[in-house]
Ligand binder design. Structure first.
Ligand SMILES: Nc1ncnc2c1ncn2[C@@H]1O[C@H](COP(=O)(O)OP(=O)(O)OP(=O)(O)O)[C@@H](O)[C@H]1O
Ligand SMILES: [Mg+2]
Length: 358
């Protein structure tokens, strides 16, 4: 059953459409990630949901309650929408103690001092900050401030929590740890979450469903694994950092889901035909493959294409190479193999890893 229902949401700023006719549902207790490049409208959608921005059209329902409906003139006040928000800037109040910060939403709701401090303590324990209650909120680290903001968003037990780039100020290790902790917290507390990020690893690490935005509209959406495995459009493929190459259709391979395409007059590859692909010979198409699906090898094997290392960069656990294959440049990410510029290699790629898009 869906807990959040958004239909035909539109928000314009002056002549600019920040969000254009966006619809999606979030099942109860699940996490949806709003993913996309800077300026694509992610924060605007969250602000519309929270009641901090008034949409120009559309319907928003939370827990079966219609909180916004342009046509019926419904627009519930933010504090009536019963949700928690965690922003990128922690917005921890410096003049309060840690416990006062966390207890604040309960104070606003008129809860007595003893009970709200007891609840704040319990929530601080949940986010791993037991014992920090009376500390000044500014005398803790950035990661701890982020947890305070999280505790404050969860303390009144909202059924919906909105996160806007909530972990992006943390160092890589803490971010990964918090990602796991958030998942566990959600399982324990059972809230529904919408998580805004431009970081694909974060979206996949946290969300059941991913909505990828492009210029205020939904480019693709679906279960996280499906969205990643089968990029629906060239925009998606580029956003996920795949190799996206101009190609010319040779034709379908009869009785299979494959097509053959030419990358230039010397290099031909076989790949899976994407949705809506025109397989007429000569058509201009795009051939896409993940960097991780291209491997440069010292020795030749069946189907490998001979090439030369054009450039390399060391990434720590992996190396990224640019491999020139008869005039076609492909990026490959693989465990460090120590290749240098000019080395002759063989590029191994599978037909199942190539996807050909219109
Ligand atoms: N208050 C505002 N007035 C005018 N334009 C705005 C306002 N808020 C957002 N915009 C514009 O709307 C578009 C969407 O902005 P939004 O903040 O939703 O993007 P975003 O996806 O959250 O980006 P980022 O990843 O950089 O945070 C942008 O072009 C932005 O400049
Ligand atoms: Mg934003």
């Amino acid at each position: 059953m869906s807990f959040v229902h958004i239909a035909h949401l539109t928000k314009r700023f002056g002549g600019h459409t920040a969000v254009g006719d966006v619809s999606f549902d979030v099942p109860r207790g699940s996490t949806l990630a709003l993913l996309g490049p800077s300026g694509c409208g992610k924060t605007t959608i969250l602000r519309c949901l929270a009641g901090l921005e008034t949409p120009d059209a559309g319907i928003i329902e939370i827990g079966g309650n219609r909180v916004f409906d342009k046509v019926r003139n419904v627009d519930l006040m933010p504090e009536k929408r019963e949700l928690g928000i965690v922003f990128q800037s922690y917005a921890v109040w410096p003049h309060m103690t840690v416990a006062e910060n966390v207890a604040f939403p309960l104070k606003v709701r008129g809860m007595g001092a003893a009970e709200r401090l007891a609840r704040a303590s319990k929530m601080l324990e949940t986010v791993g900050l037991k014992g920090f209650e009376s500390r000044s909120a500014t005398l803790v680290s950035g990661g701890q401030q982020q947890r305070i903001a999280l505790a404050r968003a969860l303390v009144h037990e909202p059924r919906l929590v909105l996160f806007d780039e909530a972990l992006s100020n943390l160092d890589a290790q803490l971010r990964e740890q918090m990602r796991l902790e958030l998942r566990l917290l959600q399982e324990r507390l059972g809230f529904t979450a919408i998580y805004v990020t431009h970081d694909q690893a974060e979206a996949f690490g946290l969300a059941d469903t991913v909505v990828l935005m492009n210029h205020g509209t939904i480019e693709t959406s679906g279960p996280a694994r499906a969205v990643f495995a089968r990029p629906a459009t060239a925009f998606v493929a580029r956003f996920f950092g795949m190799n996206v190459l101009d190609a010319r259709m040779i034709g379908p391979v009869a009785g299979t889901p494959y097509v053959d395409v030419a990358l230039n007059d010397r290099v031909t590859v076989r790949g899976i035909a994407g949705d809506g692909l025109d397989t007429n010979p000569g058509k201009t198409v795009l051939a896409c493959i993940r960097k991780e699906s291209v491997r440069a090898d010292r020795v030749a094997c069946d189907g490998a294409l001979p090439g030369t290392i054009e450039a390399m960069s060391f990434l720590g656990v992996a190396e990224e190479y640019i491999v020139d294959i008869s005039g076609v440049s492909l990026r490959a990410t693989q465990p460090a193999a120590g290749f240098k510029r000019g080395d002759a290699v063989h590029a191994v790629m599978l037909s199942d890893d190539w996807i050909v898009l219109p």
